[in-house]
Design a binder for this molecule. Structure first.
Ligand SMILES: Cc1ncc(COP(=O)(O)OP(=O)(O)O)c(N)n1
Ligand SMILES: Cc1nc(C(=O)O)sc1CCOP(=O)(O)O
Ligand SMILES: [Mg+2]
Length: 356
């Protein structure tokens, strides 16, 4: 029988071991079927296996014979929040917290039974923190990629007259249907770009719009933007990726199929394809035109990647873009110079979603 002086300790260890195992398994199911990330599945499985190995140090028969779920006074003390999970993220967060709390309890009380067990659990606890970080990062980048995949209307904006005008425009235009904003202002100094980007990233996140910085990976990281957009004259996509990390988006401008395939090979998350038509924001000597869009759409069938047509696109010529098979566009002047930007956004979005 269990020594009464140890009975409480064994009950605590037994309950915490079960709770940690349940949390590990909850996490592993999401990594396996949600993120479908083989590396993280292997890490989660190994951690659960090593945890089981560590538990083998404990006198199992003592733990099991100390178990008395029916007299557990804590069993009925549920909080309301325990029964509410809105998203897989909230399930994962709860599971991770359960694992980390249980491991801490096992470590502290386990030292009473076997100091080596406490050390084993401490090592597992730190591995659990790292797994939590990796799952969160993958989940966050997964959300960004999903929002990117769902995006249709991408608007390039400048710093505007002041912070208030900038903030108001992003808030109103996101509500009207802009899916991605890109801060692109060749005349602004770094301090202004930085301050606007801080505002833009925050306001865009409130409305589920993505916020991308033109040209500057450093500013994308410094302002916690969703990503960076680089052209053929900026840092190569692979270098931009090294700077912004795995959980931010890297967009690449392309003007021919060679550049499209290079962008894909270098890990671009999306591409801009243009210039399509003459526009007011940037001048070009020649135009890739709708023919380039047709080529990309045909090539796109082999390696799908979100592609945004860009260059002089308006609601009036949008039909020439959608008939190539493109259903994503990046615009600037059509919105920023419109008498009624919100109405223009709604027109563009309606046409993109209807395909006409
Ligand atoms: C979505 C999107 N596509 C293309 C561009 C053009 O980028 P880039 O070639 O680097 O030219 P600048 O914008 O830096 O003048 C873009 N910005 N966004
Ligand atoms: C910044 C930029 N890059 C382009 C490219 O083809 O790479 S076209 C372009 C200008 C986009 O603004 P508007 O919609 O006003 O023409
Ligand atoms: Mg550029």
């Amino acid at each position: 029988m269990v020594d009464d002086s140890f009975r409480a300790v064994y009950r605590i260890l037994d309950a915490s071991a079960n709770r940690a195992n349940e949390g590990f398994r909850t996490l592993e199911e999401f990594v396996r079927f949600g993120l479908e990330n083989k590396t993280l599945v292997a890490a989660a499985k190994q951690l659960r296996h090593d945890f089981a190995q560590a538990l083998a140090r404990l006198p199992r028969i003592q733990l099991v014979s100390a178990r008395d779920a029916s007299s557990d006074v804590g069993a009925s003390a549920q909080t309301v929040s325990e029964y509410h999970r809105k998203t897989t993220d909230s399930v994962i967060t709860a599971a991770i917290e359960r694992v980390q709390q249980s491991l801490r309890v096992l470590e502290e009380y386990g030292k009473i039974v076997d100091p080596a067990f406490g050390r084993d659990i401490e090592a597992i606890r730190y591995r659990a923190y790292n797994l939590h970080r990796d799952v969160e990062l993958q989940s966050w980048v997964g959300q960004r990629l999903q929002r990117l995949a769902d995006s249709r209307l991408y608007v390039l904006i400048d710093c505007m007259s002041d912070e208030e005008a900038f903030l108001t425009a992003i808030r109103k235009w996101a509500a009207a249907g802009v899916d991605i904003f890109q801060l692109r202002d060749k005349a602004a100094d770094d301090r202004t770009l930085y301050q606007r980007a801080l505002i833009g990233a925050k306001v865009a996140a409130e409305s589920d719009a993505l916020f991308v910085i033109n040209d500057r990976p450093d500013l994308a990281v410094a302002t916690d933007a969703d990503g960076v957009h680089v052209g053929q004259d900026e840092l190569p996509p692979g270098v931009a990726r090294r700077l912004v990390g795995p959980d931010r988006l890297v967009g690449v401008s392309t003007h021919d199929l060679t550049q499209v395939h290079a962008a894909i090979d270098q890990g671009a998350d999306y591409i801009g394809c243009g210039p399509t038509f003459p526009g007011r924001t940037k001048q070009f000597d020649s135009f890739a035109g709708p023919e380039f869009l047709r080529q990309v759409h045909a090539a796109d069938k082999t390696r799908p990647l979100p592609a945004f047509a860009i260059g002089g696109i308006t609601a009036e010529n949008l039909g020439q873009v959608t008939e190539t098979g493109f259903h994503r566009v990046a615009v600037s002047g059509a919105v920023t110079a419109a008498a009624d930007p919100v109405a223009e956004i709604q027109r563009l979005k309606r046409k993109l979603e209807s395909g006409r």
